[in-house]
Design a protein around this ligand. Structure first.
Ligand code: ACO
Length: 378
């Protein structure tokens, strides 16, 4: 039994799946067979979400009606917005998102219908509503009037509009859209696996997605982008990068945005997000973060981390993109969820489609056969 145990389930095959393929040695990532680099180049988030959910690229008509369906589901139930008014000033946005997903169950017109059709509708509804929840959270939290969704705008464009109250320019919208595409899916990462475990008990979609959000929150997963920005603020400027990294490595600390369980070469999403960070920085006339990160990549290489299979991951540059797009730092964690919701839904549907309870075993390390001593005699 002991030989079978892999701490952190490293390399353990937990399921079959046709949603996503990763080759961590070659640095390859495919969504439903399509290379992430092609999707990042050519697809908008709506198209990627369709691909993940239905397993094929949509035709023009299919994409049009899917995009319309998403746009038509964006608004939140009024009662939910009222409730958000009570908790949005107290909760972090990722906690508010998790709580809202849970509460959305109360407003599900399909009730307890567990058919595949009802679950697809639920999944599409959640993809559509995620940006609204995050934008409403922010505006309520900042005591600003909420900005209702605009059906005429694309998924990412509408998110920026609801957040700032201003129609974003096309480039900012495309950058946000690309970030969502790059984060849309990633095989059995911790949050997706957690969602599938919950779905495997035949809990409902809301329970599975709530589980995923809870799992995403930590700095080893979805919290990495904000942790990188805090790290950069600590470092201060490009000249301090080398000293900071050396000190961190000497004290066996971790460098945020670096390392990955699966990739032992450069994460294939990094080139695109690095380029986005440069573009976003140039547009705002602030390349400070970008330059520090490029230097950081160089320093960790010289320090020998690449030789150990430790390379930058997608979230090294994500925070720099958000910062220069004007996305408030407090929203960095839920930003990841705005992209990943499509992948979560695709996996939950796949789990329901061919379910078996996920229930692994442990290697027991406790005592055995202890004699029970009544409380008065202990
Ligand atoms: N900085 C320095 N050393 C590292 C790093 C890092 N970021 N990541 C791994 N290592 C080293 C560890 O110290 C360890 O060294 P040792 O064997 O000498 O003790 C070795 O590499 C293995 O590290 P583990 O933490 O066991 O690797 P694991 O596969 O469990 O962790 C993880 C992967 C959690 C992503 C890790 O690399 C990490 O903590 N990175 C920083 C956080 C981060 O960027 N998370 C985002 C992940 S990607 C995403 O969710 C989008």
């Amino acid at each position: 039994m002991k030989e079978r145990f892999k701490k952190g389930l490293e390399d353990v095959v937990a399921s079959e799946s046709s949603v996503c393929f990763i080759d961590g040695k070659k640095g390859q990532l495919l969504y439903r067979g399509y290379d992430i680099r092609d999707l990042a180049e050519h697809s908008a988030y709506e198209e990627v979400a369709y691909l993940l959910l239905f397993g094929k690229l949509p035709g023009r008509k299919e994409l049009g009606s899917f995009s319309n369906e998403l746009a038509g589901c964006r608004e939140l139930p009024e009662r939910l917005v009222d409730i958000m008014g009570h908790f949005c000033r107290k909760l972090l946005p990722i906690d508010a998102l998790r709580s809202c997903v849970s509460l959305l169950k109360c407003y599900d017109p399909a009730g307890n219908d567990r058919s595949m059709e009802a679950n697809i509708t639920r999944g599409v509804d959640l993809i559509a509503k995620f940006p609204t929840i995050v934008a409403y959270y922010y505006r309520i939290n900042q005591e600003l009037k909420i900005v209702h969704p605009d059906k005429r705008l694309g998924h990412a464009e509408n998110f920026l509009y609801m957040l700032s109250g201003k129609k974003p320019d096309k480039l900012d919208a495309r950058m946000t859209d690309l970030d969502m595409v790059l984060h849309a899916e990633h095989e059995f990462n911790a949050s997706t696996f957690a969602a599938r475990v919950t779905a495997s008990t035949l809990s409902d979609m809301y329970a599975a997605i709530t589980t995923a959000i809870g799992t995403l929150e930590g700095p080893l997963h979805g919290g990495a982008a904000s942790a990188v920005v805090r790290m950069l603020d600590d470092i201060g400027n490009e000249r301090n990068v080398e000293g900071y990294i050396t000190k961190t490595l000497e004290s066996h600390g971790k460098i945020m945005g670096v390392g990955h369980r699966i990739y032992k070469t450069l994460d294939p999403r990094v080139a695109k997000i690095r380029e986005l960070a440069r573009q976003a920085g140039e547009r705002k006339g602030d390349l400070r973060y970008y330059k520090m990160l490029v230097k950081l990549e160089d320093v960790i290489k010289k320090a020998g981390l690449n030789k150990k299979g430790i390379y930058p991951n997608v979230d090294l540059y994500t925070g720099a993109v958000y910062k220069n797009l004007g996305i408030p730092e407090v929203l960095f964690d839920p930003m990841f969820a705005l992209g990943r919701i499509a992948g979560w839904v695709a996996h939950v549907l796949e789990q329901y489609g061919d379910n078996r309870l996920i229930r692994p075993v442990t290697v027991y390390t406790g005592k055995k056969n202890l004699r029970y001593i009544p409380i008065g005699k202990r």
